[in-house]
Design a protein around this ligand. Structure first.
Ligand SMILES: NC(=O)c1ccc[n+]([C@@H]2O[C@H](COP(=O)([O-])OP(=O)(O)OC[C@H]3O[C@@H](n4cnc5c(N)ncnc54)[C@H](OP(=O)(O)O)[C@@H]3O)[C@@H](O)[C@H]2O)c1
Length: 293
């Protein structure tokens, strides 16, 4: 390994539910598969290299879902990384079905979710999933049924911890009557702060907050984004990229923040991990937030 490689360890360690340590800067695998999270990657070898390099860079939180591909991202993880190094946390999700590129339907029926867990275990070659996240609450299925199924999988030792995705504080509270919620994965970035209230709730409870679209799905890095000019100026003064400033802002935003930026490129992965060593001043943070608001 090159000695000048950045390390995700610099982002600090967060203990999920107090017993599962991960470096705060993780990696999201949705970009490894075809467009719209549908189909095989153009170059599966390259996708596996990105995954192996993520681990070389000290990333020990890898986010995935059965809906990425579907099934393909989980399969690539096992192909690239099994047998897994000690301490690697693979966080997967179930509850979203996919009918084509960017076409989804939520399904939270117990039988379906149990099958999801069993099939993720098989694809990932795991006996237990460290963190299983309900990808979406299905409005047509009682929450008791969906979370009851995950609770059953937890009791059988097939899931260690349970998380939620795209939820409000009220939904977390409702879920906590059934299971212990250790993580929340909601859409969040400098330019999209619709879930500020949920972030504050997670902070107050020590619940991990995994922002998806941490760079707006790439849109935050484009010139037409309202914060682009300020991001560009601050990036230039740090000798950094706008992607790195976006991630540094997230890491400094909250101690419970565990960003999982997605990329299909080794060079972008290295750049994103290096963002962990950037330190933004209070003035820079305020200027970014004003520009984005
Ligand atoms: N819970 C949910 O419902 C949900 C929904 C969506 C996503 N997620 C999870 O969240 C993760 C992150 O979201 P995301 O991947 O959709 O969006 P993102 O991390 O905000 O942005 C990814 C996009 O930015 C580009 N990019 C990444 N690093 C870059 C860099 N250093 N310089 C320039 N461009 C860069 C990528 O292109 P390249 O490939 O060219 O680098 C890609 O197009 C996903 O991978 C997935 O694990 C969860």
């Amino acid at each position: 390994m090159r000695s000048e490689l950045p390390s995700a360890a610099v982002s600090g360690t967060f203990q999920i539910d107090g017993d599962l340590p991960v470096h705060r800067l993780g990696y999201g695998t949705m970009r490894l598969v075809g467009d719209g999270a549908w189909g095989e990657p153009e170059d599966p070898g390259k996708a596996r290299r990105v995954l192996r390099h993520a681990v070389e860079l000290g990333i020990n939180l890898i986010d995935t879902a059965d809906a990425y591909g579907p099934e393909i991202a989980e399969r690539l993880i096992a192909e690239a990384l099994y047998p897994y190094p000690n301490g690697l946390v693979i966080a997967t999700k179930g509850g979203i079905t996919r009918q084509g590129p960017a076409k989804t339907e939520y399904v939270g029926r117990a039988g379906y979710l149990i099958q999801c867990v069993e099939m993720s275990l098989r694809r990932l070659k795991l006996e237990r999933i460290d963190l299983y996240q309900l990808h979406r609450i299905d409005p047509r299925t009682p929450l008791e049924e969906s979370l009851g199924a995950l609770k059953q999988m937890h009791e059988q030792g097939k899931i260690r911890h349970i998380g939620l995705s795209e939820v409000s504080p009220g939904e977390i509270e409702a879920a906590e009557k059934i299971i212990k919620v250790v993580s929340v994965q909601n859409r969040y970035s400098l330019s999209d702060r619709r879930h500020e209230e949920t972030l504050r709730y997670c902070e107050s409870r020590g619940i991990a907050f995994l922002p998806w679209y941490p760079m707006g799905g790439g849109k935050q890095l484009k010139a037409e984004n309202p914060a682009a000019a300020k991001l560009g100026l601050i990036a230039e003064s740090h000798g950094a990229s706008t992607a790195q400033i976006s991630l540094a802002w997230l890491l400094q935003r909250s101690p419970v923040m565990l960003p999982i930026p997605g990329t299909s490129q080794v060079a972008h992965l290295e750049q994103n991990v290096a963002a962990a060593s950037l330190q933004l001043s209070t003035e820079e943070i305020a200027a970014l937030e004003t520009a984005a608001s």
